[in-house]
Design a protein around this ligand. Structure first.
Ligand code: FAD
Length: 376
């Protein structure tokens, strides 16, 4: 196992200070290992680092840290891996380098005037990272809503640009909503049973935050706290940010999808005779009466932009032609068909809806190892 940094590197280096997992401790599981704290709590970053480091030590994982993979090329049989610590030849190779190696920043960011400072979740640590003044947060998925909330609480003015998003309550019928995702089988749905797999793989992360109080962090709570909601950032022209209209429609769609998911939970609960409180429905997302469509970036109203517009993997070291036009690995449930012996793990909906979460690794690893052993 080759790791360019330290064990749990992404959790040590690439997260902001206040972050806690949005998955409850009951779902902090790795093969043969589980977190033994409060099942309903949410780990802080030092706790996650400790959890993964202890797992590595107890399982005796043969990790070579500070060993960066610089290139992988195909041989007649197997692969040649050039690393910062020498060369390795192997018959099979598993790409477990992560789905979130770099923040995605849209190309329109190039038109931001120099008076406005840009940040990504990789260089933002806390509100103190930002210059004084108002902040535009672009993107309202898990990262965007969490950062908008934290920055607003620090006493700054925050404008949040909202595109397509996935709304979820933190708790539903008395239990964590991710408990429902798991227990009802939604998270276990396999990649080959999903109708529009491409779409499932590109869905944004749910609007959730892990806090000791188990609060729901959605657009209603943000606007009640004073965050200004605007539409998707569509363009920056002559120093003006232009936002799409149609917020009402966007909100209605997210509410509809959330309610459909809650219907699925209710149906399962009925069939499985689950002992739980009555079904709930939540207030629809309130759209501002007339959300603004433009913002003069040179006016001083905002001094910084946080791009919470997603993350992407980085395969610059992979010299095997297995990427599609968008730079994504072409694979069938983690098996890379065009390159025998090459596998991937840890990507969105790799084999199941839960694949990209920590506890998703267990089932995917078992399936892939079976295939890998067979091919050897
Ligand atoms: C902000 C954020 C919050 C998240 N919150 C949660 C959550 O609450 N719960 C949850 O289950 N999941 C969460 N996730 C998803 C989380 O990333 C995955 O669950 C988990 O980290 C995936 O583990 P991984 O080992 O596949 O990838 P990573 O954790 O990204 O690990 C990949 C490793 O590969 C190393 N690497 C990359 N390239 C090379 C190279 N060329 N040579 C050598 N080493 C290399 C990296 O240094 C890194 O340590 C979150 C993700 C983000 C970005």
């Amino acid at each position: 196992m080759l790791e360019r940094g330290e064990i749990a590197n992404s959790w040590r280096r690439e997260r902001w200070d206040s972050l806690r997992l949005l998955t409850p401790n009951s779902q902090s599981r790795l093969p043969g290992y589980r977190y033994d704290g409060d099942p309903d709590g949410f780990m802080t970053m030092p706790q996650v680092v400790d959890f993964i480091s202890t797992y590595a030590a107890e399982s005796g994982a043969p990790v070579r840290t500070h060993t960066e993979v610089l290139s992988v090329t195909r041989l007649d049989e197997g692969y040649r891996v050039v690393t910062s610590g020498g060369e390795i030849r192997c018959r099979t190779l598993v790409i477990a380098s992560g789905a979130c190696n770099a923040p995605v920043v849209p190309s329109l960011a190039a038109a931001v005037p120099p008076s406005v400072q840009c940040f990504t979740p990789f260089d933002y640590r806390s509100p103190a990272s930002l210059p004084d003044g108002g902040v535009l947060v672009v993107g309202a998925s898990a990262t965007g809503v969490q950062l908008a909330d934290e920055i607003q609480r620090s006493g700054r003015r925050v404008i949040l640009a909202v595109g397509e998003h996935v709304r979820l309550p933190r708790t539903y019928r008395g239990r964590d909503v991710l408990w429902w995702m798991e227990a009802s089988g939604v998270w276990n749905q396999r990649f080959d049973e999903i109708e529009d797999l491409d779409r499932a793989r590109s869905l944004p992360s749910p609007q959730l935050v892990g806090t000791p109080e188990r609060v729901t962090l959605d657009l209603n709570s943000l606007s009640a706290a004073g965050v200004e909601l605007v539409g998707r950032l569509a363009a920056i022209r002559d120093g003006r940010a232009l936002f799409s209209g149609g917020l009402k429609h966007l909100f209605a769609l997210a509410d509809l999808k959330m309610n459909r998911l809650l219907d699925t939970f209710d149906e399962w609960a009925r069939e499985a005779d689950v002992d739980s409180s009555a079904p709930e429905r939540f207030e629809p997302t309130r759209a501002p009466a007339s959300p603004r469509l433009g913002l003069d970036l040179g006016s001083g109203e905002i001094r910084s932009i946080v791009w919470a517009t997603g993350f992407r993997p980085d395969y610059r070291w992979l010299d095997v032609p297995v990427l599609d036009r968008k730079g994504r690995l072409r694979h069938e449930g983690g098996v890379i068909a065009d390159a025998p012996g090459l596998y991937a793990i840890g990507l969105p909906v790799l084999r199941r809806r839960k694949s990209t979460f920590i506890h998703g690794a267990e089932d995917d690893a078992r399936d892939l190892v079976e295939h890998l052993a067979g091919s050897l």
